[in-house]
Write a protein that binds this ligand. Structure first.
Ligand code: ADP
Length: 307
């Protein structure tokens, strides 16, 4: 049985339905990727690793994980912390604005639940995915322990996969992010960066330059996302630029990269070629951006993927 772990934070998403009513859903980059992988590749065991609370919204989040068929064995429930939350609004210029309540979320504590016993259980996976967002939010004093646990997984043969997903507001400084990202690139087997993330941190201007940047690490698979322009891959020494069919009806680009990551990796875990995996990942991303929010409705998503 093929098995992948996604480590990250899922949050409660609030949206105003009318002047006095809020609607809620659940989202977070790594969770979004897990959902889209499972929807496209149901035979893969897709597991979330995170910490939530024991509050009602955390319980609802856990139920949502289950209803998306995600394995929840490693969803830990912190006795006193609660799930992070954000409010999303669209301002008068049509720009999305986010207000976060996540500075004290349960997910910041996830590393303390990764005991040696748990890490031994995680070595059964084929892949372990993490991004720059969980890296940013885990307590600073648990980072060294986090890297040691990842080193144990790597030693056991688990493929480590990293997407930088740089969010400036989550880091004390650019240098702090660069220091942690360098560690992540160093330990990873597969990297799925977006050009935009690398351009802000490392002054990289193109997908080709992003691949050049990756050469200093021991990555076996590099996949660089560049919006509707292209996806550029390098496996071993072989580089390829893949064309993306631009979507004209873009409603909300939230989680385009997350959908791409989940479906690309699911395809690779299922033995598909890099070419096929990019096409499937791009199809999923192109579908998701035609719907509002991070998680597209199941029926519409499945329908689009089957066309
Ligand atoms: P992120 O969401 O991480 O910023 P990108 O903007 O690079 O990532 O988008 C991720 C993927 O989404 C791209 O590789 C591409 O496949 C798809 N995508 C993004 N924008 C478009 C678009 N306008 N039309 C079609 N596909 C798109």
């Amino acid at each position: 049985m093929t098995k992948i772990f996604f480590l990250g934070e899922c949050m409660v998403e609030l949206r105003e339905l009318d002047d006095s009513t809020m609607g809620h859903s659940f989202a977070g980059d790594v969770y979004n990727s897990a959902v889209y992988m499972k929807r496209c590749f149901p035979t893969i065991t897709v597991s979330m690793i995170t910490a939530i609370g024991r509050d009602r919204l955390s319980e609802k989040m856990l139920s949502r994980f289950k209803s998306e068929d995600l394995d929840t064995q490693f969803v830990f429930q912190h006795p006193s912390k609660v799930a992070g939350m954000y409010f999303i609004e669209t301002d008068s210029a049509g720009e999305r604005r986010f207000t976060y309540w996540r500075n004290d979320s349960a997910a910041k504590k996830v590393v303390q639940f990764l005991t040696d016993d748990v890490v031994e259980q995680l070595t059964a996976a084929d892949m372990f995915f993490f991004s720059g967002i969980p890296l940013a939010i885990i307590d600073e004093d648990s980072r060294d322990a986090f890297w040691q646990k990842l080193a144990r997984l790597k030693q056991a043969g688990v493929k480590l996969v990293f997407d930088p997903n740089y969010r400036a507001q989550l880091w004390a400084s650019k240098d702090a992010a660069i220091e942690q990202f360098n560690k992540a690139f160093q330990i990873s087997d597969i990297a799925l960066p977006g050009v935009e993330d690398l351009s802000v941190l490392y002054g990289i201007a193109s997908a080709e330059e992003a691949l050049d940047f990756c050469q200093q690490y021991q990555l076996e698979e590099m996949v660089v996302k560049n919006g509707p322009q292209s996806v550029v891959t390098q496996i071993g020494t072989e580089r390829h630029s893949h064309q993306i069919t631009p979507v004209t009806n873009v409603v909300d680009t939230t989680s385009a990269g997350d959908a791409f990551n989940g479906v690309y990796l699911g395809a690779r875990l299922s033995g598909r070629s890099v070419f096929e995996a990019v096409q499937l990942g791009a199809k999923a991303a192109g579908t998701v951006i035609q719907h509002p929010g991070a998680i597209a409705p199941l029926a519409a998503f499945k329908q689009a993927m089957s066309e």
